[in-house]
Design a protein around this ligand. Structure first.
Ligand code: NAP
Ligand code: MG
Length: 491
């Protein structure tokens, strides 16, 4: 690891400003030793699945045994969702559907600390983020769509928009409960019922959500949770009685899904990968921009589809930005996700760590210069130090491929045209950031960027009222906001 120097970290005052550990207690969560599948309002044993273990990526400790649902399990879940759709949910007064969603939102708030601890344990993300970002946004999503449930005739899709039926939903591991909320809240608000498959490595908060559905007295079968891996996901999206497929994950799997549903009348939304440009102009407030760069790529260990993984810095401020950025990285704390002081937690899985390591090695082989601040990584678990690559050219793989980890590729530009050209030079188009003092420049650059979300003088800000989604290989369809209703309505 790199030597700590005054230039990169600032003066060290004998460690007197180091923080003492402040671990959040895990006694608030009650993790069962094993979980069945949540079908028809109950936890049931699998008929053709098998058990697998979910671990804490920070310690490799086994947290629980969960069930890998087989095709017959998936079939049972889809049947339960169909029965609930026909008998209850789509026929219920919209105002009553709304009450259930409000109830779920309030229970999420009441159980927020427990959900945050559970999410950090299973996923490895810092408690500061699960507590202050993920879980509040989860509740906000349910509140937001609860509000829409009885106002659909005014959403701009005609006077009587109809639900689609049964939604099969497959989500990734980077924001487990938040992605569940993005999927389930609009689906239920529109009168659909759902079968959701969480990611293999992060099933626990989805199972806690199943308990919340019971607690809210949600009619049985409206929400079904089938845990498992890729095969379970495939069985779900290919099931003939699924009317709508909603997927968030890699572009590779998104392609497979698009192919498998082609020719059927299933409605599909795909939220896939990204390689966002974060563009710093020379008139930007540099200190703020540096905070935005850090938040853009090191938030959630960089496991963020819209991460600002390509930094584009105007040449005239390159030295200033880089030295501030390195100094700031020297203050990031990497370690125990349950410690309230931790900025960067664990990498979610051994496979993801391998992928990050491999692409970083390729970065070095292709001639980019690698830098990390000094930091001690724990012995057990999956860890990767925050990393910056400079001297990156557009042809480098680390400038083109999604690393999905705490690794930033830095490129430079001279003119606004060059910035736009480089920013758009990617197969993806999910998000981008622009940092400048000039409002007129923000507007003109944002219009020319082929990205679903463009943040100006901020990054990674989310709100349930704001639509989210991509261009090109980042997928199609929008989630969030009024736009997000369309994906779950027959329009
Ligand atoms: P992934 O491998 O595509 O997995 C996503 C989900 O699909 C998981 O639940 C996975 O199960 C399941 N799956 C795997 N193969 C499948 C198949 N053949 N059919 C149906 N489902 C299948 O992606 P990941 O590695 O979990 O997540 C990282 C990727 O997600 C990144 O590329 C990131 O950019 C993208 N992402 C996009 C957004 C967005 O909104 N655009 C948000 C978050 C993440 P397993 O858990 O068993 O693999
Ligand atoms: Mg796990």
């Amino acid at each position: 690891m790199t030597e700590r120097t005054a230039e990169t970290t600032g003066p060290r005052l004998g460690g007197i400003f180091d923080y003492a550990p402040a671990p959040e207690s895990r006694s608030i969560v009650d993790i069962k030793s094993s979980y069945g599948l949540f079908i028809g309002g109950e936890f049931v044993d699998s008929v053709d699945g098998k058990p697998f273990k979910t671990i804490s990526p920070a310690t490799e400790e086994v947290l629980a045994e969960v069930t890998e649902a087989g095709p017959r399990d998936v079939d049972r879940a889809v049947s339960a969702a169909r029965a609930a759709y026909t008998a209850d949910w789509a026929r219920m007064r919209a105002a009553d559907r709304s009450k259930y969603l409000f109830r779920i939102a309030r229970i999420i708030q009441e159980r927020s600390r427990e959900l945050a601890v559970l999410e950090s344990l299973d996923n490895g993300k810092p408690i500061r983020e699960s507590r202050d970002v993920d879980i509040p946004l989860v509740a906000a999503h349910f509140f937001y769509y609860a509000g829409w449930a009885d106002k659909l005739p005014y959403a701009g899709f005609g006077p009587n928009p109809r639900p689609l039926g049964v939604a099969g939903q497959v989500i990734p591991w980077n924001f487990p409960l938040l992605m569940l909320a993005w999927k389930i809240a609009p689906a239920l608000a529109c009168g659909n019922t759902v079968v959701l498959k969480p990611a293999e490595t992060t099933p626990l908060t989805a199972l806690a959500f199943a308990e919340i559905c019971q607690q809210a007295d949600l009619p049985p079968g409206v929400v079904n949770i089938v845990t498992g891996a890729g095969d379970t996901g495939r069985a779900l999206v290919e099931h003939p009685d699924v009317d709508k497929v909603a997927f968030t994950g890699s572009t590779e799997v998104g392609r497979l899904i698009a192919r498998s549903v082609a020719g059927s009348d299933k409605k599909v939304t795909l939220e896939l990968g990204g390689k966002a440009a974060n563009i710093i102009f020379d008139d930007a407030a540099i200190d703020q921009a540096v905070e935005g760069i850090v938040n853009g790529i090191f938030f959630n260990q960089g496991h963020v589809c819209c991460a600002g993984s390509r930094l584009l810095v105007q040449e005239s401020v390159y030295d200033e930005v880089l030295s501030s950025l390195k100094r700031r990285l020297g203050t990031l704390r990497v370690g125990d996700p349950l410690d309230k002081n931790t900025d960067i937690g664990a990498i979610n899985s051994a496979e993801q760590l391998d992928r990050i390591k491999k692409l970083s090695e390729i970065g070095e082989e292709e001639g980019a210069e690698r830098w990390s601040p000094p930091c001690e990584l724990p012995d057990r678990g999956f860890w990767f130090a925050p990393t910056i690559f400079t001297g990156v050219s557009q042809a480098h793989r680390i400038a083109r491929e999604e690393i999905f980890g705490p690794v930033l590729s830095v490129l430079t530009f001279r003119t606004p045209d060059e910035a736009v050209e480089k920013a758009n030079n990617t197969p993806y188009g999910l998000s981008a950031g622009v940092w400048t003092e000039k409002g007129s420049r923000i507007l003109s650059i944002a219009q020319r960027l082929r990205a679903g979300v463009v943040w100006a003088n901020t990054f990674n800000k989310f709100d349930p009222s704001s639509p989210f989604g991509g261009y090109k290989e980042s997928g199609y369809g929008r989630e969030g906001g009024r736009h997000g209703l369309e994906a779950y309505l027959d329009v």
